[in-house]
Design a protein around this ligand. Structure first.
Ligand code: G3I
Length: 409
């Protein structure tokens, strides 16, 4: 089967045939038991980022065995796709230098969990400025005087940026090639989609296109094209995705358009665009998402919503205790019901926009199974509370899906 047909089939795997064929539409019904994957069947897959407790079934310091069991049940019932929240990142899968420096067990557990439960697998992420061990960038070349003085944390980094002697361009390219070839080949035929490069765009004004990461400083701007080339060499059938955040920002989304057009002119094998959609009350609106998806759709590539969560309240926890003071403190003066109302309205608008672009959107992944395991957990940003119970926003999202009939053959 030639590559184009393979890729076409692979893309169809992420969007049921009907959603591609543009066939007629038919009304669909929903009842109390309708799940997210059922509601959006015929449009796009619906997924969640899962963590190591979900993949292994083992509790940890933050989640009890019962909570983990509840969350696994929620993942299996509501979703048909999963992304590894952390366990395929370089810092976890390749923590030590060289070909013997891999730790595959957590990533293998993620893949095994997905295969066992028939869930589409997304690999996150091969090349990123964050959660990449210092050894990757280290070498014998002195850093430039402008290098970040050790100990200073830069915006967008979880810890101070490596400031020691550096690898050469050739050394870093070879490390990138070896890492990508090893990881992608290991899961060939199992992981259907890869976030090849994550968050390469600069977040400032229009003058800077790319983030000044060590990848850019040491290799140069072609590190992005090289990463996609290496991933395609390792698995020609994988869907290779560029992933970034804040693509609701008109300036940043134009940078995305510039970058992707340039890559495609170079015939770089890029097959989908990931917009993370870590939203808040300002960006989580129909207008914002409609405008962003309209711009991204101009690239003519499938769109994946890759890390959806929405912080609509200032704070907020679903304490059902009588402790009104605690609630007020947690929601900064609001009440859970108010926070729920704001979240419901916001998610309703976001999904109306997604459904307006349903011919381009092939996958929607929530960044977590429920509020308790979310990286933004004080903000209650997901559709299920910390006990894996559906919030009012869940029912509103199901309603939006059923208002827009699925495509039929
Ligand atoms: O595994 C260690 C554990 O052993 C240790 O005890 C604990 C306390 O230090 O840290 C644990 O690692 C944490 C890891 O999450 C797993 O929980 C890291 O410190 C923590 O930094 C890491 O945060 C992740 C973050 O990326 C790192 O940048 C979040 O879970 C994850 O949701 C978040 O996801 C990113 C996407 O990959 C890219 N897009 C943005 C998104 C949000 O930042």
């Amino acid at each position: 089967m030639n590559r184009l047909t393979t890729i076409t089939l692979a893309v169809l795997l992420l969007a049921p045939l009907a959603a591609i064929s543009g066939a007629a539409e038919s009304p669909r019904s929903a009842d109390e038991s309708t799940t997210l994957k059922e509601a959006f069947q015929g449009h796009f897959l619906v997924g969640a980022a899962i963590n190591r407790t979900h993949a292994t079934g083992q509790s940890d310091s933050r989640r009890t065995a019962q909570q983990v069991e509840q969350e696994i049940a929620l993942i299996k019932s509501q979703f048909n796709q999963i992304t590894a929240e952390n366990d395929m990142k370089w810092v976890n899968i390749h923590p030590r230098e060289g070909v013997d420096g891999y730790e595959f067990a957590p990533a293998d557990a993620f893949v095994a969990f997905g295969e066992k439960h028939g869930l589409q697998l997304v690999g996150h992420t091969l090349v990123w400025h964050n959660q990449t061990p210092d050894w990757v960038f280290a070498g014998t070349n002195p850093p430039p005087a402008s290098a970040n003085p050790s100990g200073k944390k830069e915006p967008g980094y979880m810890r101070p940026v490596y400031a020691g002697p550096r690898a050469s361009r050739a050394e870093l390219l070879e490390r990138m090639r070896e890492h990508i070839h090893t990881v992608v080949a290991r899961y060939k035929g199992k992981v259907k989609v890869w976030d090849v490069v994550n968050e390469a765009l600069d977040n400032g004004g229009p003058e800077n296109l790319l983030r000044n990461s060590l990848w850019l400083q040491i290799i140069g701007p072609d590190y992005i094209a090289k990463a996609f080339q290496y991933a395609h060499e390792a698995d020609p059938d994988a869907i290779l995705r560029y992933n970034d955040y804040r693509l609701e920002d008109p300036v940043k989304v134009q940078k995305l358009v510039t970058l992707i057009k340039s890559l495609r002119e170079q015939k770089v094998p890029i097959h989908a665009i990931g917009t993370q959609a870590h939203l808040n009350a300002t960006t989580g609106t129909f207008e914002q998402i409609d405008r962003s998806l309209t711009e991204i759709a101009k690239l003519g590539l499938p769109i994946h919503i890759t890390e959806l969560d929405l912080k609509a309240a200032q704070g907020g926890r679903r304490s059902t205790g009588a402790e009104v003071a605690a609630n007020a403190a947690a929601t900064q003066g609001g009440l859970v019901a108010d926070a729920d109302e704001r979240l419901t309205r916001a998610y309703e608008g976001v999904f109306r926009a997604i459904m307006k672009h349903r011919n381009s959107v092939k996958l929607v992944t929530f960044w977590g199974a429920n509020d308790a395991v979310s990286w933004r957990r004080p903000g209650n940003p997901l559709l299920f509370d910390g006990n894996s119970q559906p919030k009012p926003a869940f029912k509103a999202v199901i309603r939006v899906a059923t208002e827009t009939p699925a495509k039929i053959n």
